[in-house]
Design a binder for this molecule. Structure first.
Ligand code: PMP
Length: 376
């Protein structure tokens, strides 16, 4: 069991002075690195000004307003309304409820092997039967389709309120899809009056080398969901939509979504600082080159396949039995990785985006050593 006492940049430090390279970023959270000085300062300054007041009502809190504006600037013009919550799961809940309210429909389509969170609604649209079994009955009216298979999109019909989909499936082990698939998905949604909800909880805030993964595919979401990397290490989530869609929630919050702490001012300040670090330090420019470096260095016969979009990577091994000792050994040697919820034969590589060329070399050397030693 690791006992981490502090963390900085790509490193985590144990209570006995051990030093670890973090290759998972708290599952895609610490995109700007641990305890980025600008994020830490924003947290300290905001905590000293005010913490929780009232979220939506007669007060407007400046960290939220500034953050909403900054997020809107990263998005296509129509996604100009932001609703802040506390986490990815809660953002998914809000997005599903918004889609039901706006369309007046109840059917939801989501993908096999999708992970959207652990609350009841998020679980209901999750793609793993193993995860859902113990909690049935879950919310009704959910259909499941394979991610990336165009033929399955024919299931979308006029009774469908929303399709909820990860642009890149994270917990399925970094599963991408073709641009033509997303084009067809968009067309189907438009033709049937179905809202397209993109879950960018894991892919958003720069993880894939674009600020949002949908930019890789020129895909137009109706509702966008974010969390994780959004907070720069602090808990926050959000769903974004057009004024027209969001107005059903704003005009009648009781029929929408209510959250006490959603968009907490300290988290909002941290998020704004993280966003400005991503933009100000040009972190996205080198993501693709860094991913390529990982791929060229991680050349080993035990690695069967490398899947990635930017610095969201999966190294496929033969089985969990092969992978687990490698992960354990890598941790002993000072590199932290893990596997995916629904793909336990693949190693997760999702370092802070600030990782340098030398640090990539050091991390890959250790992974290769761990692989070789685990086969001895
Ligand atoms: N959606 C996706 C794609 C995720 O990867 C996760 C978390 N792994 C969630 C939703 C849920 O987020 P949270 O854990 O913040 O509730």
């Amino acid at each position: 069991m690791l006992e981490i006492e502090s963390a900085e940049g790509i490193y985590m430090f144990g209570s006995k002075g051990e030093k670890y390279i973090d290759l998972i970023s708290g599952i895609g959270v610490s995109n700007v690195g641990h305890c980025h000085p600008k994020v830490v300062r924003a947290v300290q300054e905001q905590a000293a000004k005010h913490m929780h007041l009232m979220v939506y009502g007669e007060y407007v809190q400046s960290p939220q307003t500034l953050l909403a504006k900054a997020i809107a600037q990263t998005l296509p013009e129509h996604l100009n309304n932001v609703y802040f919550v506390n986490s990815g799961s809660e953002a998914i809940e809000g997005a599903i409820k918004l889609a039901k309210r706006f369309t007046g429909k109840t059917q939801i389509i989501s993908c096999k092997n999708a992970y959207h969170g652990s609350s009841q609604g998020a679980l209901s649209i999750g793609g793993s039967e193993n995860f859902k079994r113990a909690f049935r009955p879950l919310i009704p009216g959910v259909k499941s389709i394979p991610h990336g298979e165009p033929g399955a999109l024919d299931l979308i019909d006029e009774d469908t309120a929303a399709v909820v989909i990860e642009v890149v499936q994270g917990e399925a082990g970094v599963k991408t899809a073709e641009r033509s698939y997303f084009d067809r998905l968009r067309d189907k949604c438009t033709a049937t009056g179905t809202l397209l909800i993109l879950d960018e909880v894991q892919t958003g805030f720069g993880r894939t080398g674009k600020f949002w993964a949908f930019e890789h595919y020129q895909l137009r979401p109706d509702i966008l969901v974010a969390a994780k990397g959004m907070g720069g290490g602090m808990p926050i989530g959000a769903f974004m939509a057009s004024q027209e869609i969001m107005s059903v929630l704003k005009n009648n919050p009781i029929l929408g979504h209510i959250t006490t702490f959603g968009g907490h001012p300290v988290s909002a300040a941290a998020s704004l600082a993280a966003l400005r670090v991503i933009q100000g330090e040009n972190l996205l420019v080198k993501v693709e080159a860094k991913a390529k470096r990982f791929k060229s260095l991680l050349n080993h016969s035990a690695i069967k396949e490398i899947r990635n979009l930017g610095l969201m990577m999966a190294l496929e091994f033969d089985s969990f039995e092969v992978l687990k000792p490698i992960i354990d050994r890598a941790i002993e040697l000072g590199v932290v990785t893990d596997w995916f919820l629904f793909c336990d034969s693949a190693m997760r590589i999702a370092p802070p985006l600030i990782i340098t060329e030398e640090q990539i070399e050091e991390a890959c050397k250790i992974i290769l050593q761990a692989i070789d030693e685990s086969f001895k």
